[in-house]
Design a protein around this ligand. Structure first.
Ligand SMILES: O=P(O)(O)OC[C@H]1O[C@](O)(COP(=O)(O)O)[C@@H](O)[C@@H]1O
Ligand SMILES: [Mn+2]
Length: 328
C-alpha cells in the first residue's frame, strides 16, 4: 500500500476494466431515475444504493468502500469499510469512493445535475474523508500551479485567477451552493462584480463545471460534503484543474470521527493530490439532465438511454458513453 510505483498502480486498475465502472454508475442512475420528481429523497437514494451494491458484484476486484453511505451503524449498504466486488481475497485490491445518488433532493424535485458517481484507486490513494463539511476552492485546467489558495480571501483568489486569465475580477464566474451559510461569501463576490452561479445542490457537478468552458464557470467556492470533495478531486485529477479543501468540524464528535479515520492535522489545507493520489478512475452517470451529463430517458420505443463519463488519471482519457437499454 502506498509504496507501489505508478506503473504497478496502473496495472492494478487495468485489471478492473475501467469501462466496467460505467455499468455500476449506470445501474444506480437507472434505479434512481424511476424516482425522479416523486418527492421521496430516501426512496431514490435507497434504490440507487441497492442497484450500485449489486452491480459491484460483477466486477473482478477485491474492493473496499472508503467513502460511502456512512458508517456501518448508520448505513445498511455501501457503508465505509464494506467489501465490494466479485473477487474478495483474489482480485486486485481497490479502494472505492462512491455516492450512488449525488443530489437526493435534486432527484426528488426533478432538478438539474443529479448523478450516480464513483471513484476507484489503488488501495490507500483516496482520502478516507469523514462525513463532515469541507471548505472547497476549485479552478479548471490551464492556470499556473498555486493560482488558488484557501488560506487567502475569496477576493484575493478571484483576483489571482482573473490576472492569470487576463480578465477583470468582475469577469470571473463563481459557482456556489445556495445556502444561508454562504451569504457573506456571495456578498463579497458580488461586491467585486463576479457573476455568482447559485446551485441548489450537487457540488460534485459544480466543481467539475470549472473544467468545462461551456459552463462559463471559472471557479467553485464554498462548503459542502467532504466525501463529495474527494469524488470531485478524482475527476479533476483526470481532466485537470486545481483544488484546495479544508475539513470543517462543527463539534467534538465530528473531530473524533476524523481522528478515527487517521486524520491528525484537523486544520490542514488539502490539495488535489492529497485527496486523490496516484492513478484513479472517475465514473458518473446522469440521473437528471445537467452540465456534465444528460439524465436517464425512458423512450416510447421501450428503450431507455443513459449518459455516462469514465475517465482515468494516468492516461487522461475521457470516455463519454451513451447506453441504450431495454426497459424491463
Ligand atoms: O445540503 P448541505 O448540508 O449544504 O450539503 C451539501 C452537500 O449536499 C449535496 O448538495 C447533495 O448531497 P446528497 O447526495 O446527500 O443529496 C452535495 O452535493 C453537497 O456536497
Ligand atoms: Mn452527495
Amino acid at each position: 500500500m502506498g509504496k507501489s510505483s505508478s506503473v504497478e498502480a496502473s496495472s492494478v486498475l487495468d485489471r478492473v476494466l475501467v469501462l466496467e465502472m460505467v455499468r455500476v454508475t449506470e445501474a444506480a442512475a437507472i434505479a434512481a431515475s424511476k424516482l425522479v420528481g416523486r418527492g421521496d429523497e430516501k426512496a431514490a437514494d435507497a434504490a440507487a444504493v441497492e442497484a450500485m451494491r449489486k452491480a459491484f458484484d460483477n466486477l473482478y476486484m477485491d474492493g473496499t468502500v472508503v467513502i460511502g453511505e456512512g458508517e456501518r451503524d448508520e448505513a445498511p449498504m455501501l457503508f465505509i469499510g464494506e467489501k465490494v466486488g466479485g473477487a474478495p481475497g483474489r482480485g486486485p485490491k481497490i479502494d472505492i469512493a462512491l455516492d450512488p445518488l449525488e443530489g437526493t433532493t435534486i432527484t426528488a424535485k426533478a432538478g438539474p445535475n443529479a448523478l450516480a458517481v464513483l471513484a476507484a484507486a489503488e488501495e490507500g490513494n483516496l482520502l478516507n474523508a469523514p462525513d463532515v463539511y469541507m471548505e472547497k476552492l476549485a479552478v479548471g485546467p490551464g492556470y499556473p500551479p498555486g493560482v488558488i489558495d484557501l488560506a487567502k480571501t475569496p477576493t484575493e483568489n478571484v483576483e489571482a485567477v482573473a490576472r492569470a486569465k487576463g480578465v477583470a475580477p468582475s469577469d470571473i464566474i463563481v459557482c456556489v451552493l445556495d445556502r444561508p451559510r454562504h451569504e457573506k461569501l456571495i456578498a463579497e463576490l458580488r461586491a467585486i462584480g463576479c457573476g455568482v452561479v447559485l446551485i441548489g445542490d450537487g457540488d460534485v457537478a459544480g466543481v467539475i463545471a470549472t473544467t468545462n468552458p461551456e459552463t462559463t464557470i471559472d471557479m467553485y467556492m464554498g462548503s459542502g460534503g467532504a466525501p463529495e470533495g474527494v469524488l470531485a478531486c478524482a475527476a479533476l485529477r483526470c481532466v485537470g484543474g486545481q483544488f484546495n479543501g479544508k475539513l470543517l468540524f462543527r463539534n467534538d464528535d465530528e473531530r473524533a470521527r476524523a481522528r478515527k479515520w487517521g486524520i491528525d492535522d484537523l486544520d490542514r489545507i488539502y490539495k488535489l493530490e492529497d485527496l486523490a493520489k496516484g492513478d484513479c478512475i472517475f465514473a458518473a452517470t446522469g440521473v437528471t439532465d445537467g452540465s456534465l451529463l444528460d439524465g436517464v430517458k425512458r423512450l416510447a420505443t421501450g428503450k431507455m438511454t443513459t449518459h455516462s463519463v469514465v475517465m482515468r488519471a494516468s492516461s487522461g482519457t475521457v470516455r463519454w458513453v451513451k447506453g441504450e437499454h431495454r426497459i424491463k
